[in-house]
Design a protein around this ligand. Structure first.
Ligand SMILES: Nc1ncnc2c1ncn2[C@@H]1O[C@H](COP(=O)(O)OP(=O)(O)OP(=O)(O)O)[C@@H](O)[C@H]1O
Length: 487
């Protein structure tokens, strides 16, 4: 069942002043927010964020368009209906709104006293429970002036959430806090809101917490849009202003529906995708066995780089998850390559992730019985090491303690003094010896003319992969011997 829609806004306009002094501040706003969604509203000062928040919070009357909260239309609602509706909300502001002459416990209980069916005993229990979940049990009898800014905001969160509101409206809740306290407070709000099934709409200028949102929307000159600049710098933090500008001036944003395929394995690759909303599944397809679900990706992640940077073909299929709608920002290959040359940090970030994904694909092919999510977890911890041309990667006689995957370049294998074979990108060594606890019966060197980049998984991670797979170790070992390079 899909989550309940808490806020539904269609074609909303808002004006200040009258007649010739009338000024429109919100233009054709459309927005839907579901239960459990944590949505951040950004935008420059004066763009209309507070006006929108106050309309949603029933502090102003709707003039034009439709604004429904929990299914109830607010355009035309009476003052009494607006007041009633506010009982479903929790409010958190910049300056925590606590009453200085009441203790922490009394401040929180006050929110409960306004609720229908209030019982002092139940209120005390709820207050104690929520104070424990914000980590302030020992401050029950303290007065707000004796708390730090971060502690006061935690009490404010407890007050706002103790009634289990359907919607929490937060206006710059981290403005008065330092970085750590600000992040802690928002992370706490995020966790509690999910636990209580509340939707959260938070206005903020604080770029340090954007990654905690499920979605960011941007208000500029009274119009609502996607926050592409913020989304891009969240996904790839190495971009400078010029690159961000280049990537977002004429953006292509595409929407895909539940179970729609965005890229097909085997197709030529020409685009890079950044997920703005929703969830996709990464599926590996085989000629001779059923497809495998390798991973889920959601907002804050990207795909398409493997095909663009290695071989030009899609190495997996990307499909929208069931019941999800996905919005992606699409970057064409030429711009993608240009952005990478402009930012070493982004390049390094993408290449590291690329290697992990290549490793996951290879291991998943070789270990069809192992849970792909375990493989993803191990691959994401693997190290990438570069060896200069002609240098030794493993020495004959050493105890085998790692499995090696060649990512770039070529390696040469020497059994006795003669070169016996060459290993190319995508090939492995060390696996058979690792399983059997043997010494390496060969020396492996980077080829004379190329540097070699390898990804290594250590014994501990590799064995945990096998153990966690719930598969008989001998079967895994024989599969590995059969499917991976074996000397
Ligand atoms: N009572 C009012 N009468 C006339 N104009 C107003 C009134 N309140 C706000 N405005 C104007 O409406 C526009 C939107 O203001 P709003 O306070 O919603 O912006 P904001 O995005 O919340 O800004 P900030 O981030 O600085 O709080 C601004 O141009 C502002 O000057």
């Amino acid at each position: 069942m899909s989550a309940q829609t808490v806020i539904s806004i269609q074609n909303l306009n808002y004006f200040f002043g009258e007649d010739s002094l009338q000024k429109q501040v919100l233009f054709d706003i459309n927005l839907a927010v579901k239960a459990k969604e944590f949505l951040i509203l950004t935008g420059p000062s004066g763009s209309g964020k507070s006006t929108l928040l106050s309309l949603i919070g029933c502090l102003r009357s709707v003039q034009q368009g439709s604004l429904k909260i929990l299914g109830q239309e607010l355009n035309g609602a009476t003052r009494e209906q607006l007041v009633q509706m506010r009982r479903n909300f929790g409010y958190i502001t910049q300056s925590s709104n606590l009453l200085d002459f009441l203790t922490v416990q009394q401040n929180i209980q006050m929110s409960l006293e306004l609720q229908p069916g209030f019982s002092p005993k139940a209120a005390r229990a709820k207050t104690a429970a929520i104070l424990e979940s914000v980590g302030l049990s020992e401050k029950l009898d303290a007065y707000p002036k004796n708390l730090s800014g971060g502690q006061r905001q935690r009490v404010a969160i407890a007050s706002a959430l103790v009634t289990q509101p359907k919607l929490v409206l937060a206006d710059e809740p981290t403005a008065a806090l330092d970085k750590t306290a600000g992040r802690n407070v928002v992370a706490l709000m995020h966790r509690l809101a999910k636990e209580h099934n509340s939707a959260v709409l938070m206005v903020t200028h604080d770029n340090r917490i954007l990654d905690l949102a499920d979605r960011i929307v941007h208000v500029e000159d009274g119009k609502l849009g996607l926050a592409l600049n913020q989304e891009l710098s969240l996904v790839l933090p190495g971009f400078n202003e010029a690159s961000l500008e280049k990537a977002t001036t004429t953006p292509t944003v595409l929407t895909y529906q539940s179970e729609e395929i965005i890229v097909h394995q085997g197709e030529p690759a020409s685009k890079f995708y950044i997920i703005l909303e929703g969830e996709v599944e990464i599926i590996q397809e085989f000629a001779d066995q059923p497809p495998r679900l390798l991973n889920h990706l959601s907002r804050g992640d990207y795909f398409g780089e493997v095909g663009l940077l290695r071989g030009g073909q899609r190495t997996a299929t990307v499909r929208v998850a069931k019941n999800s709608e996905v919005k992606v920002m699409v970057i064409e290959e030429e711009l993608f390559q240009l952005l990478l040359t402009n930012s070493e940090l982004t390049n390094a970030d993408i290449v590291r992730r690329l290697h992990q994904r290549v490793m996951t694909n290879h291991l998943s092919k070789a270990l069809p019985k192992v849970d792909p999510f375990q493989i993803v977890a191990i691959a994401s911890q693997a190290k990438v090491i570069k060896y200069k041309a002609n240098s030794i990667i493993v020495q004959k006689g050493e105890l085998a303690d790692q499995i090696y995957l060649i990512l770039e370049g070529e390696a040469e294998v020497f059994v006795s003094d003669r070169r016996s074979s060459k290993l190319k990108s995508g090939e492995y060594f060390g696996n058979a010896q690792l399983i059997d606890g043997q010494n390496y019966p060969f020396t492996v060197k980077a080829a004379a003319n190329t540097d070699v980049e390898v990804m290594v998984i250590d014994r501990e991670s590799f064995c945990s992969l096998i153990l966690k797979s719930n598969t008989n170790q001998d079967i895994v070992a024989s599969v590995l011997r059969h499917q991976l390079m074996n000397f």
